[in-house]
Design a binder for this molecule. Structure first.
Ligand code: E4P
Length: 237
């Protein structure tokens, strides 16, 4: 399941989904705000239902908007009822390092039948514990890891080894893409999935030398057709 799209933009999701290259979509409150999703929970619900409907049965990640553990469980259960392909994102801990989210993750997965994508993680050790808690997906932010001066590839490789070694079900999603190169290098390092921003996905497809080559093919095809058109009456005589 290697490529997810990291956006809340319906046009972009539809475009790449139609190409058959997506296996899921991820959002977060910042992404939704950037796409003009305002109006609180009704706005999030509307956009989430639209995306989920567009890509079903592929998974859509939607993030809880509260740091209160009980409210997070309630929100997560509500999100999961909006559509059967919704996976709920929960940050690994609170804004000041509060630890309650780990139990929220465990309870959602084991008691409430909600699939959880544990998010905002920067290290293999965070992801490993989230996987131990029962997460379906563990999201490490590769671009931010690199920006802090660490090597995202090394964390991904370490993490994949641990998940395989202990038979944990969690799939690694690497997000926070910054360069086209990230996608292949992170998959190669052991990620199950890379969630890519639309511009970079376009950058993976389009190559300047391919453009030049296609232009040559079309130019020569037109020349050949022109030559055929000129020769045809002669050939018919
Ligand atoms: C992943 O699931 C996140 O939504 C996203 O990739 C975060 O990226 P950022 O570092 O650009 O905010």
């Amino acid at each position: 399941m290697p490529i997810f799209l990291d956006t809340g933009n319906l046009t972009e999701i539809e475009r790449y989904h139609k190409m058959g290259i997506l296996r899921g979509v991820t959002t977060n409150p910042t992404i939704l705000l950037k796409e003009g999703v305002t109006g609180g929970m009704p706005g999030i619900e509307r956009r989430s239902r639209e995306i989920a409907g567009l890509i079903a049965p592929l998974p859509l990640s939607v993030e809880v908007t509260t740091n209160d553990p009980a409210q997070a469980v309630d929100q997560a259960r509500t999100f999961a009822r909006w559509a059967s392909n919704i996976v709920v994102k929960v940050t690994v801990h609170g804004p000041n390092g509060e630890l309650e989210n780990m139990q929220v993750i465990h309870d959602l997965e084991t008691r409430h039948n909600v699939r959880v994508n544990v998010t905002a993680m920067m290290s293999a050790q965070q992801c490993f514990l989230a996987a131990m808690a029962g997460a379906t997906y563990v999201s490490i932010f590769g671009g931010r890891v690199n920006n802090m001066g660490y090597n995202a590839c090394a964390e991904i490789t370490k993490l994949r080894k641990l998940l395989d070694q202990f038979g944990l079900k969690a799939q690694i999603i690497v997000g926070s893409t910054r360069e086209v190169l990230n996608v292949v290098e992170w998959l190669e390092a052991g990620a199950h999935i890379v969630t890519v921003v639309p511009d970079l996905l376009k950058g993976m497809i389009v190559h300047p030398y391919t453009k030049e080559t296609v232009q040559m093919f079309l130019r020569d095809a037109a020349k050949a057709e022109e030559a055929l058109r000129i020769q045809l009456p002669i050939a018919a005589e």
